[in-house]
Design a protein around this ligand. Structure first.
Ligand code: ATP
Ligand code: MG
Length: 179
């Protein structure tokens, strides 16, 4: 499919998601699934449409109980942001690690970074660090808002570590499922 059509489709998808979230009608189709397997599948698909090297450091971590497609959407959002906001580098690193009873996923980039006072705001609806007029990195400011809603609805946590002009690490964690 043409890249412009893919972008338009995902934009329409994001706008529909926001409508669902704001009307309290975002439904999660939760199942048990192997977290690292989903990460590998999602990243392999992303790798097909980018020249960036997506390095993977995947620790055997376990099963989670969540909406598989939605979790894949969060992983995709992190990766597409890491690529978009890294104008001068060609590599990002995705990690999966087990931290106590949680599985943690992160994407590290070496891009423009985020000022300390803006770090929490990036998860708000329509928030963009560079403002609405900025056209160097086009977007609506919805990807992280939707991601945060999905993760929080799945009893997880989402956060970012960042240093301006050095890069960012976007992370989320989900509880390991007791089956
Ligand atoms: P879209 O709705 O297409 O995702 P967007 O990328 O602007 O648009 P978000 O993904 O929600 O929206 O991100 C919100 C803002 O957070 C971005 O506009 C950008 O300012 C900042 N941001 C997100 N990811 C990164 C990153 N990896 N490095 C630097 N800034 C980032
Ligand atoms: Mg985005």
């Amino acid at each position: 499919m043409d890249v412009q059509i893919i972008k338009l489709t995902s934009l329409i998808g994001d706008l529909l998601d926001v409508t669902k979230i704001n009307s309290g009608k975002i439904y999660l189709n939760e199942t048990h699934f192997d977290f690292e397997k989903l990460v590998i599948e999602t990243i392999e698909e992303q790798q097909l449409s980018t020249d960036f090297t997506i390095e993977m450091h995947i620790e055997k971590s376990g099963t989670v109980f969540a909406d598989k497609d939605r979790v894949s959407q969060v992983i995709t959002n992190f990766i597409s942001n890491a690529i978009k906001y890294s104008p001068n580098t060609q590599k990002i690193i995705a990690r999966v690690e087990r931290v106590e009873n949680n599985i943690q996923f992160s994407v590290q980039d070496f891009g423009i970074g985020i000022p300390e006072d803006k770090k929490d705001k990036v998860f708000e609806q329509y928030y963009r660090v560079s403002g609405d007029e900025e056209t160097t990195f086009p977007g609506l400011g919805l990807g992280l808002f939707i991601s945060a809603q999905i993760v929080e609805r799945s009893n997880g946590k989402i956060w970012v570590n960042s240093i301006p002009e050095k890069g960012s690490s976007f992370c989320f964690s989900l509880p390991v499922a007791n089956q």
